[in-house]
Design a protein around this ligand. Structure first.
Ligand SMILES: [Zn+2]
Length: 258
């Protein structure tokens, strides 16, 4: 499970700092937040109960929360299950007492890691195991414009990372350094583009690449808009340019929209 966390949060395997590795410079060794993260992680990695080799506290509650989410359990029923499990487990179990306590543990871990542990070397940070892929899939009822509410949660952190940066622990050199980060791209379907970018995907100018030079035609019988003129994106001597019969009866002389 800790490998999963290291992968998910993009941090190298932890070598606990010792007095020998903490030098006189204030930039040497982990700062207080990083120490807190590692101590929380150590706590969460304890065996579920004395002698349990299959689960740590963290791996068990992650599994439980997964089932809770899939099955739509209420927070109260989750707490009731935890209480029952604590009764059934041998003395000395490390399971949180309630849903609230579980949430606090995970929130502390995640809030620290997301803001302070993006410290991979450049040649590693673009490798697949170290990438975050966040998916927002909301089934038949899309979020619509409310997607802003979800994204708002990270806006302040992204602005901080871009404009000011944050002090970050580099586990490899055991030193703190100043890091900046940026939000690079999103991959989304066409409807989501409208919600994220504000570009209308309906009406006369619905094609983002063609922009204000979008060629459109309303098909009265089909009662829908049709978007033409995409041969403009081919080379001028492409065989499609003069092939009127296979398109809308026209030949194409224009170059691509700029
Ligand atoms: Zn277009």
């Amino acid at each position: 499970m800790h490998e999963l966390l290291y992968d998910a949060f993009g941090i190298p395997p932890f070598v606990p700092p010792t007095n020998d590795t903490v030098g006189s410079s204030s930039k040497y060794g982990p700062d207080e937040k990083t120490k807190k993260f590692f101590s929380l992680l150590k706590e969460a990695e304890r065996e579920l109960y004395p002698g349990c080799s299959k689960f740590s506290t963290l791996s068990f509650i992650v599994r439980l929360l997964h089932i809770k989410t899939l099955s739509g359990w209420t927070d109260k029923s989750f707490t009731m299950l935890l209480e029952l499990l604590k009764e059934a487990f041998p003395e000395g179990d490390t399971l949180p007492k309630s849903f609230y306590a579980t949430r606090v543990l995970l929130k502390d871990l995640v809030s620290i890691t997301t803001s302070d542990s993006n410290n991979l070397p450049l040649w590693l940070c673009m490798k697949q195991p170290y990438m975050f892929l966040t998916l927002l899939i909301h089934g038949p009822h899309g979020l619509g414009d409310k997607i802003d509410t979800y994204l708002r949660l990270v806006v302040d952190e992204l602005k901080l990372l871009w404009e000011i940066g944050v002090d970050t622990y580099d586990a490899e050199s055991n030193q703190m350094f100043w890091i900046h980060a940026l939000f690079q791209w999103t991959t989304n379907d066409f409807p989501a583009l409208a919600m994220l970018s504000g570009w209308s995907i309906k009406g006369a100018l619905a094609c983002p690449p063609c922009n204000v030079q979008t060629r459109h035609r309303y098909l009265r019988n089909r009662q829908k808009m049709c978007y033409m003129g995409h041969r403009r994106w081919l080379s001028m001597d492409h065989r499609f340019q003069k092939n009127a019969a296979s398109f809308d009866g026209t030949v194409e002389y224009d170059s691509f929209p700029t």
